[in-house]
Write a protein that binds this ligand. Structure first.
Ligand code: 5GP
Length: 204
């Protein structure tokens, strides 16, 4: 038997820099696999089936929901997005670590379906920085900015559901902190039971 891989989720409020930090973690450790979601939205130019997403019709997606095939699913901008359970759990069983970048609702659904998942809350050093990052996107009005900051505070108040808290001041450092978390988690006794049991069965 092999040690299982880890299911690691980077979550946190919009503007915290989840996407940037996620890409940096994958660059720093190419052995970590990126999860591929299922969606009902049409492929954009250059997007490949099984690489960017698994593209499904609404009927196929609804059948997958009925079959309990998702670790989490959400409706975003009138399309469905979800994390396929069997593809992720197969990789974990093979010993691969799989990384997710997902909102707090998705993170919660994943934890409820897979208790050994490691949830990381990513946040800017303070709300002033979060406000600045959201404003710099140029997509927010004054009232939507206020809404997003209010949501960010609500999300932060749910910190108790998370295993780790990482401050994203400098993205490179935040990514290194996440690699440190992954390395430490992999040293937990509960993830090393197959190795230990194999050793115990060996002769001197
Ligand atoms: P896009 O259509 O631009 O690729 O993604 C739109 C939104 O869907 C993004 O905010 C992205 O984070 C979210 N999204 C992508 N995949 C998933 C998923 O598997 N689960 C959830 N909950 N959201 C997702």
């Amino acid at each position: 038997m092999k040690n299982k891989g880890l299911l690691v989720v980077i979550s946190g409020p919009s503007g915290a820099g989840k996407g940037t930090v996620y890409q940096k973690v994958l660059q720093l450790n190419p052995k970590i696999l990126s999860s591929v979601s299922v969606t009902t939205r049409a492929p954009r130019a250059g997007e490949k089936e099984g690489v960017h997403y698994y593209f499904k019709s609404l009927a196929e997606y609804q059948q997958m929901i009925a079959d309990g095939a998702f670790l989490e699913t959400a409706s975003v901008y009138s399309n469905y997005y979800g994390t396929p359970k069997s593809a992720v759990l197969d990789r974990i069983d093979k010993g691969c670590d799989v990384l997710f970048e997902i909102d707090i609702h998705g993170a919660r659904q994943i934890k409820s379906q897979y208790k050994d998942s490691v949830l990381i809350f990513l946040m800017t050093p303070d709300f002033k920085t979060l406000k600045k990052r959201l404003s710099e996107r140029g997509t927010e009005t004054e009232s939507s900015l206020k809404n997003r900051l209010g949501s960010a505070k609500n999300e932060l108040a749910q910190y108790g559901e998370f295993d780790y808290y990482v401050t994203n001041d400098i993205a490179e450092q935040a990514a290194k902190d996440i690699i440190t978390i992954i390395n430490a988690e992999k040293l937990r006794v509960k993830f090393n039971k197959p190795t230990i049991k194999n050793l115990l069965e060996q002769d001197f």
